[in-house]
Design a protein around this ligand. Structure first.
Ligand code: 3HC
Length: 304
């Protein structure tokens, strides 16, 4: 039996490439009003301009009608930075899509939990961080994990892992914390399906299924480059043409963001203690140099 997601309004926290993509599929495909919040006004403007471009492209390619594009755009409302997380009070679910930093995510979830009703689902788009740790940060001051409020607060936290570019990639990985209720998982899944996605489920292990498999591959490619086994172009060409991958591993690492790749690899390495996940020195140095890939204009390749 299919479950109704019951999301009448969605909150999206973070208007970078992931948050913006989630807002886009929610407004266009699930057709729900979206409250979009980011502490940077510049980032919001950049995100909305990109959304306009995507909608225009879909109209010009005949994928959607002009009025559908307008309706989708009108469903997106910006929550002004000064309003803070209070601006999500009308949301039935908030998806957090900020950078891959556990302290930042825990402080955001603590705040979300304090400011929003207990019925609001709190989802994280984290690529690798423990949903159980994030859920534990929602327990209100003065309560314990076993108190009624502590349990209810953590039970509405779930991992909803979208892939980049969100409008194109068909998958959402669902991750339950130890504390997550079945109702939260079912509703989050129903919502991802309404956004046009297919879902898989992973246990709450470092990197979940997707990044625990992808990141060692990308890291190995970076180590191959570091050792001089082949040029970056040949490493990428080998995997594109030899394996029919849409992008080679170095191009894909640039596309994801080298800081994000490093943060995920550090979570994998620290979370498992397994040396096979140790990030390559070259990746660390590139992040030190602020060569973050496509988003910063320079990574393994140069971008405009
Ligand atoms: N946002 C939205 N749409 C985009 C986009 C973006 N950033 N980049 C490309 N697209 C759209 C294009 O508009 C085009 O749409 P159309 O079919 O309506 O015209 C379509 O994607 C194809 O784009 P192009 O023709 O320009 O280029 P390609 O055929 O080379 O496809 C690609 C681009 C879809 C990005 C393809 O190269 C690809 O699939 N790459 C692999 C992406 C991937 O592996 N993503 C997962 C990363 S891991 C992850 O996200 C997890 C995280 O936790 C790290």
């Amino acid at each position: 039996m299919s479950v109704a997601h019951g999301i009448r309004t969605l909150g999206v926290l973070g208007s970078g490439q992931m948050g913006l993509g989630i807002a886009y599929v929610a407004a266009l495909r699930a057709r729900v009003p979206v409250l979009l919040h980011d502490r940077s006004e510049v980032q919001i403007k950049k995100g909305l301009a990109f959304m306009d471009k995507l909608l225009e492209k879909d109209v010009s390619k005949g994928k959607i009608k002009a009025e559908e594009a307008k309706e989708a755009r009108d469903r997106v409302t910006v929550v002004a930075p000064e309003k803070g997380l209070e601006g999500f009070r009308d949301a039935d679910m908030v998806v957090e899509a900020v950078s891959e930093n556990i302290a930042l995510k825990q402080s955001i979830f603590k705040d979300l939990s304090a400011k929003l009703p207990l019925e609001t689902i709190l989802a994280s788009n984290t690529s690798s961080i423990s949903i159980t740790k994030i859920a534990a940060s929602t327990i209100p001051e003065g309560h314990t994990a076993s108190s009624e409020l502590g349990q209810k607060s953590a039970a509405r936290v779930v991992g909803l892992h979208f892939f980049n570019p969100v409008p194109v990639m068909k998958l959402v990985e669902l991750i339950s914390a130890l504390q997550t209720s079945q109702e939260t998982v079912d509703r989050a899944k129903a919502f991802a399906i309404a956004c046009g996605k297919e879902c898989t489920t992973s246990q709450d292990v470092p990197g979940f299924v997707a990044n625990a498999l992808l990141m060692p591959y990308l890291n190995e490619a970076i180590m191959w480059l570091e050792k001089g086994v082949a040029t970056k172009e040949d490493i990428d060409k080998t995997m594109k043409l030899g394996m029919n991958h849409p992008m080679g591993p170095l191009q894909l690492a640039d596309f994801i963001g080298l800081d994000t790749c490093l943060a995920i690899q550090q979570t994998l390495y620290q979370g498992t203690g397994d040396s096979k996940y140790r990030p390559s020195v070259l990746l660390e140095r590139m992040v030190d140099a602020q060569w973050l890939g496509k988003k910063s204009g320079k990574g393994f390749y140069d971008y405009e």
